[in-house]
Design a protein around this ligand. Structure first.
Ligand code: KG4
Ligand code: ZN
Length: 357
């Protein structure tokens, strides 16, 4: 089956066409992502109103290009999927309404996809990873450790109490006068710096559970920077290196704990799966690799363009749901907030997990 997917929850306008075989194998026929980075750069972060307007302006063209690239027309698709949340509500409305219009006019199935679910299922598109597996999702908006047990069956093992990891990188970059998005810039500076020059806290380390907290780290970094200001280039590099090392240490500790919880509840995971823009960070990737090895599993890290927000993951999640008969009606509502574990609840105990492995 062929599914069109639309993603507009943050600052990427994206559309893609994906094919799913009867045996569950996936193939990307097209995948177009237009980043709005430059529209938000001057503000050091995503401005919701600017994002929503930019989605309206280009989404039709992006969809037309995705269909043309895939070499297919609307008659050939089985359904249209859109990210219905969680995200910036203005953008979500644009994407979901467009999907509804296509579904209605073309008489196709509509699938309202949870954006986090799409990140969670990407490993099945790229690597056909079998359930259950442990997902580490770290982006600008989310930091979660999730047990992915089946389509629609997700158990959140850990989340952040305040900032997301990507957000902490972005705020650090902003504080130090580096550009947006901050992650890549902080990583570049960190490579030139000394990670042990500043002693920054490792929030939540050693705590029970697998939750994160990053705002204390951000504040500690700001105090150190203010203390030694004005900052030389080397100061900036050392601050970035110390910050990144603290994040790496926290990720190792929280994920190790999350994997332990996973194993005690669900047995050995078939993989540790990385998703979200932060997975681009080489230092973080390295520790994920080490942790996967440590617990006797493999690291599945989809190619970067599929780790960050894109339409292919939405189309794929739509195809996985459609294959199970999980479609939505035209009155489905966009949601700014939509935790992963509410997906299964909303659909009831539809799939006794074992049958859908
Ligand atoms: O998944 P993504 O593209 O968008 C969402 O936030 O949903 O993730 C973007 C986030 C930004 O906060 C960015 O700073 C962070 O991922 N990021 C990184 C790196 N590349 C992107 N963080 C740390 N190191 C990187 N190399
Ligand atoms: Zn995302």
């Amino acid at each position: 089956m062929i599914v069109l997917g639309i993603e507009t929850t943050c600052d990427e306008t994206a559309a893609a066409v994906v094919e799913r075989d009867a045996d569950g194998r996936g193939r990307i026929l097209s995948n177009i992502v237009l980043s709005q980075d430059s529209a938000h750069a001057a503000f050091g972060g995503v401005v919701p109103e600017i994002a929503a307007r930019a989605h309206v302006e280009v989404l039709d063209h992006i969809i037309a290009n995705a269909m043309a690239d895939a070499g297919c027309n609307f008659r050939e698709i089985a359904g249209v999927a859109a990210a219905a949340g969680p995200g910036l509500i203005g953008g979500v409305i644009v994407g979901l309404t467009t999907a509804k219009a296509i579904a209605m006019v073309q008489k196709k199935a509509l699938i309202a996809v949870n954006h986090l679910e799409a990140h969670a299922l990407t490993a099945r598109l790229t690597d056909a990873t079998p359930f259950p597996y442990c997902l580490f999702l770290a982006s600008g908006g989310h930091t979660q450790i999730v047990a992915v047990r089946a389509v629609g069956d997700y158990v959140r093992l850990g989340t952040t109490h305040d900032d997301a990891i990507g957000e902490a990188f972005d705020k650090t970059a902003k504080l130090l006068g580096l550009g947006y998005p901050g992650g890549p810039q902080v990583e570049r500076e960190a490579a030139k710096g000394q990670p042990d020059r500043f002693s920054l806290p490792r929030p939540m380390r050693g705590r029970k559970g697998a939750d994160f907290s990053l705002s204390g780290l951000k504040t500690a970094l700001r105090l150190e920077a203010e203390h030694i200001a004005p900052l030389s280039d080397q100061d900036v590099a050392d601050l970035c290196a110390s910050f990144q090392q603290a994040v790496v240490d926290v990720v190792v500790d929280r994920l190790r704990s999350g994997l332990r919880i996973f194993r005690s509840r669900y047995g050995a995971p078939n993989a540790l799966v990385a998703a979200g823009g932060v997975a681009a960070n080489q230092a973080i990737r390295k520790v994920l690799q080490r942790l996967a090895f440590e617990v006797g599993t493999v690291l599945v890290a989809p190619p970067l363009e599929l780790c960050t927000d894109n339409g292919a993951m939405i189309a794929w999640a739509g195809a996985e749901r459609l294959a199970l008969g999980l479609t939505d009606t035209l009155d489905v509502a966009p949601r700014a907030r939509w935790p992963l574990d509410e997906i299964a609840a909303a659909k009831g105990a539809l799939q006794g997990t074992a049958a859908y492995k």
